[in-house]
Design a binder for this molecule. Structure first.
Ligand SMILES: [Zn+2]
Length: 417
């Protein structure tokens, strides 16, 4: 029933699920739809592949566990080949919540980077989802690296998951710009422009993208001051983009000058040329999204170099030296310590460590189940960790096994063997 497929090349680094399925299907002379229908869903399931985006966004229930049985690739790794596997780090949820208008506000207004909170109006956008196209019928963005495409021998390299999002601009391997491509269901078909060739991305873009790629690979992003969880990084980046799109009329004089300088250095018109009413980043056409990403990369570079000061709550993370405002004689406002935030940060850090390090994974599971004697509770907690991307193989399978490992041999009773 669930035999391994005889041939199953492993997924590439950061490869999207549709792209890998397309490569697997090609080996057996099937289409992706046929491969899924024959082998990965129960008989009688309705159409599975409606469009190219659905598989990479949130594949039908059971497809990933069937794929795990067919290929042996751990479930946690398969989940990270889809957008839903990055919830809640990349975006809070894929579902439309009851307070759907508040999603944008929650994502980009909890913190600030360059500006102070007062300079940015709070916005309510129904149905908004971070980094994903607002028009749900719109297919995924298709971009690929010309060097990758010309050096693979097996008929195109497919697509990475992150290349489908307006989040990065360059290839992590070759540092050249990702170029618009035509594709269907994970398969690269052709370049959108005939004269496409590899072009080196600007240095600030390579620096910004390498932080994102590192975050996607390890769960942590090494900022100049300290490492942060990738979930913090995505929010920092999206907040900065929101600030760069803030209407100039709302800015204080100091911020106006900073914005003008940033856009001058980036070589694009202020607010990526947005003249009309404000629109969220996700609804903008790609050329404007590209300008905003380049301006964000320029900002990160100038803040790190000390040429621009980031006054927001996350700004201090971006420069190696602490920002010390000149005292003006007034009593400084004591910022309340946010214990909840600290616990959340520590939890995120522990999960990120567990994703990479088997010892950290074991320790996390042991801590979370220290007070239980129930195998069912243990199993549920274990499944939660796997769903959060902790590799299955890093975790003891049962409570008995976990206790046996933690107890020195001399202390074990005969029944614990
Ligand atoms: Zn490449």
């Amino acid at each position: 029933m669930s035999r391994r497929w005889p041939l199953h090349p492993p997924p590439g680094d950061g490869e999207a699920l549709s792209s890998w399925l397309n490569r697997l299907a090609e080996i057996y002379g099937l289409s992706v739809e046929e491969l899924i229908r024959h082998d990965l869903v129960p008989p009688g399931t309705g159409p599975v592949v409606h469009d190219g985006g659905a598989l990479d966004l949130d594949p039908p229930a059971g497809v990933l566990s069937a794929l795990h049985r067919r290929t042996g690739v751990p479930l946690g790794e398969l989940r990270q080949m889809t957008i839903s596997g990055w919830v809640p780090w990349l975006l809070d949820t894929l579902d439309v919540e009851p307070e759907a208008e508040a999603a944008l506000d929650t994502y980009v207004h909890q913190d600030s980077v360059l500006l102070t909170a007062k300079e940015r109006p709070r916005r309510q956008v129904p149905g908004w989802r971070a980094w994903l196209p607002s028009d749900r019928r719109r297919g995924p963005m298709r971009r690929a690296c010309p060097t990758c495409a010309s050096t693979t021998t097996t008929g195109g390299s497919g697509f990475t998951l992150v290349s489908q999002l307006p989040l990065t601009l360059s290839c992590p391997q070759h540092s050249c710009r990702l170029e618009p491509a035509l594709g269907a269901l994970g398969a690269f078909i052709a370049w959108a422009r005939q004269d496409t060739s590899a072009t080196a991305a600007p240095a600030p873009v390579i620096a910004m993208d390498s932080l994102t790629h590192e975050g996607l690979r390890t769960g942590l992003v090494p900022l100049p001051r300290r490492r942060v969880h990738v979930g913090v990084w995505f929010r920092l980046l999206r907040t900065l983009i929101d600030e760069l799109s803030t209407p100039v009329s709302l800015l204080r004089v100091r911020s106006r000058r900073t914005m003008q300088h940033l856009w001058d250095v980036a070589g694009h018109p202020p607010r990526a040329g947005m003249a009309g009413p404000w629109r969220p980043y996700e609804t903008l056409p790609w050329p404007q999204q590209r300008m905003l990403l380049e301006a964000a990369a320029t900002t990160l570079q100038l803040v790190k170099a000390g040429e621009v000061t980031a006054y927001g709550t996350l700004g201090h993370l971006l420069s190696p030296e602490a920002y010390r405002p000149v005292p003006d004689g007034s009593t400084p406002i004591q910022r309340r310590r946010d214990y909840w935030r600290e616990i959340e940060d520590a939890t995120n850090q522990a999960i990120a460590d567990a994703q990479r390090d088997p010892a950290a994974a074991r320790q996390l599971l042991t801590t979370l189940t220290a007070l239980t004697r129930s195998e069912t509770t243990f199993r549920r907690t274990r499944e939660d960790l796997v769903a959060l991307g902790v590799p299955d193989r890093h975790l003891p399978r049962t409570l008995t096994e976990a206790h046996a490992r933690d107890t020195p041999p001399a202390m074990r009773t005969p029944s614990s063997h």
